[in-house]
Design a protein around this ligand. Sequence first.
Ligand code: ZN
Length: 170
Amino acid sequence: MPVAAVRAQTRQKDLCDADGIRAIQMDSEEMHVKSYRKVLYFNTPTRRAYINITPQVQQCIDESGIKDGLVLVNAMNITASVFVNDDEPGLHHDFEVWLEKLAPEKPYSQYEHNGFEDNADAHLKRQIMGREVVAAITNGKLDFGTWEQIFYGEFDGKREKRVLVKIIGE
Ligand code: ZN
């Protein structure tokens, strides 16, 4: 390819990139995008627990003043989960039984990770139950199906753990 053509192509690409950035900036200005951040703290009396945190997340949305956007809720510890499911005690018991079959807590010696720690099972349980939830916000409310609720899943409790709530929208 002639040098001039390469230059022209490069210039065109640069312009495209610049236009792309400008377009995003213009959208942000027109949309008045707001951002909100809060950390929730948990210290469960038991090693494992399921806590419905939907009211706390909705409270964050209310505080943010954001009516239309997205909320990210993620565990900040690698032995805890945030997930969406039904607020039904039978199901929570089923989770407990199922996770214990997949990654039994004991004997601790069955895991390479255990030695200094005893929480290998908690890392594995968290991995399958997930790190985070992203949910839509419409008219200032969580845009959920009938039975959807947000849970904090604790797999190695009895100490302080953190959950991040980040909200972006207008
Ligand atoms: Zn560990």
